[in-house]
Design a protein around this ligand. Structure first.
Ligand code: GUN
Length: 282
């Protein structure tokens, strides 16, 4: 029987730990504060931003919501980011992506001071991770490391195969698994024979964005499978990049969708907000 890695339970634990820390700081008269900026009303973004605000409430982090109209100019957004950079009470800044097409996302991401970049998207934080220095780590891959560690799954010496090379998941995931002494391979859309490589994986991280793409023919018996996908299947039911029914019988551990990686992202965002607060008040 495969171990089902319970992201709901592990994310709740992490949020409890964050809540305890936030309460201690509150007792000392200090508040942890996250600014959340949304431009326009992309429905998915509205759901994500709403969940982030709810999580803040749960753990006691103050959240400042900036809901800007779709027509906001790049300059106006950069001015807001700049203002938040300079506000001492703001510990973390999150600009929800995607931004409307007339705004250069890279420019905005790079405008957030690295000390408040709780998403871990700024090149200074990406660079810090790749050379083993302290910095903010992208929440989803950071959450996956927590899932593995808190499920007592050894990473050191394991062959870790990541499918997908995005800046938000695939690339930081590779750096993190390497930092944990895994042997890392990244496969992607231009890889010649994906299956040949995934079949060697002790730990497989699927971040493809295609519903149920990975079936048992991609898997080595006894592997650990982490499913980052959030898709809809033919019946409009939520599903991952992994065909759970096909894969679960042959693996030693697997994350479900929903309830696996998903809840970890926000938990790690809350964790990063406290890290930002601690860094700024050290
Ligand atoms: N859009 C989708 N995921 C994310 C995320 O983790 N951070 C931000 N800022 N935008 C997103």
């Amino acid at each position: 029987m495969a171990q089902i890695i319970d992201g709901k339970k592990i994310s709740a634990q992490i949020k409890e730990e964050v809540k305890t820390k936030v309460a201690e700081y509150k007792n000392q008269g200090m508040e942890v504060c996250l600014a959340v900026v949304q431009v326009g009303n992309n429905p998915a973004s509205t759901v994500y931003v709403g969940n982030k605000k709810k999580a803040c409430e749960l753990v006691g982090i103050k959240s400042l919501a900036y809901e800007l109209p779709e027509e906001t100019s790049e300059e106006e957004l950069l001015n807001l980011v700049n203002k938040l950079n300079n506000e001492k009470e703001v510990n973390g800044i999150l600009v929800q992506l995607p931004l409307p097409s007339h705004i250069d996302e890279e420019k905005v991401t790079n405008a957030i001071v690295p000390e408040k970049d709780v998403d871990g998207f700024h090149p200074a934080n990406v660079g810090a991770l790749s050379i083993g220095k302290q910095g903010f780590i992208s929440c989803t891959p950071y959450g996956i490391i927590q899932l593995l560690k808190r499920s007592n799954i050894e990473i050191a010496g394991k062959h870790c195969v990541i499918i997908g090379r995005s800046n938000i998941v695939g690339k930081p995931m590779a750096m993190l698994l390497l930092r944990e002494n895994g042997t890392v391979t990244v496969v992607h859309s231009r890889t010649k024979d994906i299956k040949e490589i995934t079949k060697q994986a002790d730990i497989l991280v699927a971040a493809i964005g295609k519903p149920k793409f990975i079936d048992e023919t991609y898997i080595k018996s006894g592997a650990v499978v982490i499913d980052v996908g959030i898709n809809r299947d033919e019946n409009n039911k939520l599903c991952g990049d992994v065909d759970f029914e096909s894969v679960e019988p042959v693996v030693s551990a697997i994350t479900p969708v929903p309830g696996g990686v998903g809840p970890m992202t926000i938990a790690m965002l809350m964790n990063n907000c406290v890290e930002a607060f601690e860094f700024q008040n050290r």
